[in-house]
Design a protein around this ligand. Structure first.
Ligand code: ADP
Ligand code: MG
Length: 362
């Protein structure tokens, strides 16, 4: 695309002694995009963000903001908005003074400060809180003030490191929506760090999945979710069944794959390199892509297997099952029509060819 790249990492490495926290990393963040670094604890997300912020120096490589190399530019000259989990509000300053901090630092005029702080507080929907102190606010309100403080300076980039993780579950979901809304309204280029896959899927334009200091895969939420390219990504995002099989027949993109102990499955290799007859493959099938029914449905091109319900985990509008099929135990998540299938019930198990993701065996 021809949109401006606001942040670029080129061959960026971070070493601590002889431990490499971030392997040579290349990354480009487009103007206005909401990009998420997603991965398990310790994979290098915070280290990457700290290098963009100027809180840690890269061991190698270049960091560019709006096209200019910033490796040697200190944090306060990078024009960033930062909300880190442990980047607390100043406890002895009022909400107004907390939010005004960056503007005062930049020696903005008094009237302008008043106007912009009031706009920022409106945006995070806490206009009446200006005179309070942080300890007079709830955790969620404090987090919104931290966000107001970050955006009030109209930064080139907003850096968010697990900003919602200290909030309880209900509040976190609400804040997710609000944060995304504010980011969208302002069109502010954002790098967001989380280990929470549902947060990443809900909020991002683009997800960078990281593992052990490396980028495993990047793409839109739909892309990384529906087309994982590695076992790691398949396991980390969502509930996946992994099966080993061998191609027994191939007709264009249509494949038949024998899975030992399960039977023959039909798959579709569209969008991937078509494997040869006889090739061994690893398959991923998402738990919610497998459809259970009491009687086989005739009209689809799906593979139909027979299974028996092993366990039922009732979740309200859906249920999670383990279903025995041959010698396998498949995880299935299905919406509940009237009532969930009971333990021991015999069910028809249907898998559509396009829902079978093909991986190379590792
Ligand atoms: P994440 O944010 O993905 O959980 P971090 O970027 O914080 O991961 O850490 C990545 C790896 O680098 C971890 O193994 C961590 O222990 C290590 N690490 C981070 N900071 C330092 C440091 N200052 N000194 C030594 N090792 C560090
Ligand atoms: Mg971290």
């Amino acid at each position: 695309s021809d949109r401006e790249q606001v942040v670029e990492l080129s061959g960026v490495v971070k070493r601590y002694g002889n431990f490499t926290a971030v392997e040579p990393m290349n990354l480009a963040v487009e103007a206005g995009a909401f990009v998420t670094l997603l991965g398990p604890s310790g994979c290098g997300k915070t280290t990457t963000l700290r290098m963009v912020a100027g809180l840690a120096a890269p061991s190698a490589g270049d960091i560019l903001i709006k096209g200019a190399r910033v490796n040697d530019v200190p944090i306060h000259k990078r024009n960033l908005g930062i909300v880190f989990q442990n980047y607390a509000l100043f406890p002895h300053k009022t909400v107004f003074d907390n939010v005004a901090f960056g503007l005062k630092y930049r020696k903005a005029a008094k009237a302008q400060i008043a106007e912009r702080v009031s706009r920022a507080l409106d945006l995070v929907q806490l206009p009446q809180m200006a005179d309070r102190f942080p300890n007079q606010l709830s955790g969620g309100q404090q987090q919104r003030i931290a966000l107001a403080r970050a955006i009030v300076v109209e930064p080139d980039v907003l850096l968010l490191d697990e900003p919602l993780s200290a909030l309880d579950a209900n509040l976190r979901e609400g804040m997710r929506v609000e944060l995304k809304k504010i980011q969208h309204q302002l069109g502010i280029t954002t790098i967001f760090v989380t280990h929470d896959q549902s947060e990443a899927l809900a909020m991002s334009d683009k997800i960078i999945v990281m593992n052990q200091g490396r980028i495993e895969q990047e793409g839109s939420p739909e892309d990384v979710y529906t087309r994982p390219r590695s076992e790691f990504v398949a396991r980390f995002l969502g509930n996946s069944n992994l099966l080993d099989g061998q191609v027994t027949a191939r007709d264009g993109n249509a494949l038949r794959i024998a899975v030992e102990g399960l039977g023959e499955i039909q798959a579709d290799s569209e969008g991937t390199e078509a494997p040869q007859n006889g090739a061994r493959l690893r398959l991923v099938v998402r738990a919610e892509k497998i459809r259970l029914s009491s009687t086989p449905q005739d009209k689809t091109d799906a593979t139909r297997l027979t299974g028996r319900i092993e366990t039922v985990d009732y979740q309200g509008q859906s249920a999670r099952y383990f279903v025995t099929v041959g010698t396998h135990s498949l995880q299935v998540i299905n919406p509940i029509d009237r009532r969930p299938f009971g333990q021991g019930a015999e069910v028809s198990v249907e898998i559509r060819p396009r829902d079978v993701v093909l991986l190379k065996p590792e």
